[in-house]
Design a protein around this ligand. Structure first.
Ligand code: UTP
Length: 469
């Protein structure tokens, strides 16, 4: 078996990973051999080759137009809204909607020692991101007297801790048939100069999760896609674990998706400034594409239309509705770089074991990492639709630690409270300045249910967490 492995590695010039083989015990040897069996060496060679190619983002951005969109940010088109909500509610009631929550990221910027989903974010309740989102999902399901199965994606970096957390929390009281946890794949990192696989220890490759776009392959290969089909799910609402104010399974966006017979419907925010660090959703020909903020040339980011608005305005917040049939079709699509979505490359600092067995912490970017992005499903869709949402009503991601002025736990908590105070005030409830408020979704989960529950209530003069007993 070793001979075969050696030959396979040698033919791709990756033989160096067996350099410490003789010093490893049997278990370590087996571990390394198992890891290596799962690496597609041909794919790694192709991807390394691709790191030398450049994409003409500037050319693409010049050809790009603003995507056609429907706006939810104002009360325009009340009839369209009403009709779409009715259609979305019907799909929810009929049990045709499931939710996918991706939680496989390493959360390196936040620097939290557990999976990010375990971060306590509730401004007063200190509920974790997982609990906040699942409470919201349960409230949505109860409101529409339906069930919404939840598919949680983990990665080898978060899987065990996430499963233990769910077990400790008794699966947040979700019925067992409504919860599936599936694990995404990993990708090795390679030396940026040579394309050689990096070792994290003498007996282990350096592996990291293959990006949120790994969802497609993992959802398919874990059997979850098929299970969703068998259960009668037709639409999957996709969101990420770091955004606790996502309009989770919102009937309006689901209804718009259905009425448009879309493959994908994606929520976008109007960028608050040209260089905001969100992906840019654009339309090129008859397809939607996302240009990452780092790839959009600055002068193009600043371009404005005659009315003064940004030409490239649509910021990606990673909230999508997918038709199940579209995901099935995309999952079967095999390209030159394997099945699933394409890989993006990023040059990063990756610690590695050198030829003397010493762990090196590089001072500069030394390696290529490869990740898939979920937004690459957009250009694959024949019918893709953009729905504009007000950022204050749907996007407050936790990315950075509190030392950062943006996208930190503090800014997210402020956004949660500001939203709920806005809902209360529009229901006619007085809220004293500086008071901290949190509403558990079982009490009310959106502006309308806040209006139903709180109209006529007295002023809120002290910090208050509203929760059902
Ligand atoms: P980010 O790209 O912001 O990554 O993920 P992250 O892991 O949360 O944080 P950094 O970049 O290491 O600081 C956005 C969402 O996609 C999920 C994350 O869990 C988060 O919900 N994700 C990311 C995955 O599920 N898998 C991945 O491989 C990467």
């Amino acid at each position: 078996m070793l001979k075969q492995l050696e030959m396979r590695l040698a033919s791709f010039n990756q033989h160096h990973v067996l350099r410490f083989w003789a010093e490893l015990d049997l278990e370590q040897q087996q571990q390394l051999a198992r890891q290596l069996e799962r690496v597609d060496l041909e794919l790694m060679a192709k991807l390394f080759q691709k790191t030398r190619e450049t994409t003409d983002w500037s050319g693409l951005a010049k050809r790009a137009n603003s995507p056609p969109s429907v706006t939810l940010a104002n009360q325009a088109e009340p009839k369209l809204r009403r009709e779409a909500i009715a259609v979305g509610e019907q799909a929810l009631r009929a049990g045709k909607v499931g939710a996918i929550l991706v939680a496989g990221g390493q959360g390196s910027r936040l620097g939290f020692e557990h999976p990010k989903g375990m971060f306590p974010i509730g401004p007063l309740s200190k509920r974790t991101l997982f609990r906040m989102l699942i409470d919201l999902l349960k409230a949505r399901a109860a409101h529409h007297q339906t069930r919404i199965p939840l598919f949680v994606m983990t990665s080898p970096a978060t899987d065990q801790a996430t499963r233990l957390h769910f077990a400790d929390e008794l699966n947040f009281d979700l019925p067992s048939e409504d919860l599936r946890v599936f694990c995404q794949g990993t990708m090795p990192a390679v030396d940026a100069a040579t394309g050689q696989l990096l070792l994290a220890s003498p007996s282990e490759l350096f592996l990291s999760p293959d990006g949120h776009g790994g969802m497609l392959q993992a959802f398919h290969e874990s059997g979850c896609l098929n299970e969703a089909r068998v259960r009668g799910i037709e639409y999957l609402f996709y969101c990420q674990v770091d955004n606790p104010i996502v309009q989770l399974c919102d009937p309006l966006v689901i209804g718009l998706h259905l009425r448009n017979q879309a493959d994908v419907t994606t929520q976008a925010i109007r960028k608050s400034h040209p260089l905001q660090k969100v992906g840019n959703i654009v339309s090129v020909g008859d397809r939607l594409e996302v240009i990452e903020y780092s790839d959009l040339p600055e002068e193009l980011a600043h371009e404005r239309l005659p009315d003064g608005s940004l030409r490239i305005w649509a910021g990606n917040i990673a909230v999508h509705v997918f038709s199940l049939s579209f995901l099935e079709q995309a999952a079967r699509n095999v390209t030159s770089t394997g099945s699933g979505l394409p890989f993006h490359v990023a040059k990063k600092k990756v610690p590695f074991v050198d030829e003397h067995g010493r762990l090196v912490q590089p001072a500069t970017e030394n390696a290529f990492k490869f990740e898939r992005f979920i937004f690459d499903l957009l250009p694959m869709a024949k019918r893709a639709m953009v729905v504009e949402v007000d950022a204050a009503e749907g996007f407050a991601a936790v990315k950075n630690p509190d030392s950062s002025p943006t996208e930190s736990p503090t800014t997210t908590q402020a956004a949660i409270m500001a939203q709920q105070i806005r809902w209360l005030k529009s229901a006619g409830v007085e809220v004293a300045n500086g008071v901290r408020v949190e509403i558990h979704p079982s009490v009310a989960h959106d502006a309308e249910t806040v209006r139903q529950h709180f109209t006529g209530s007295g002023p809120i003069t002290k910090d208050s967490y509203f929760v059902r007993n």
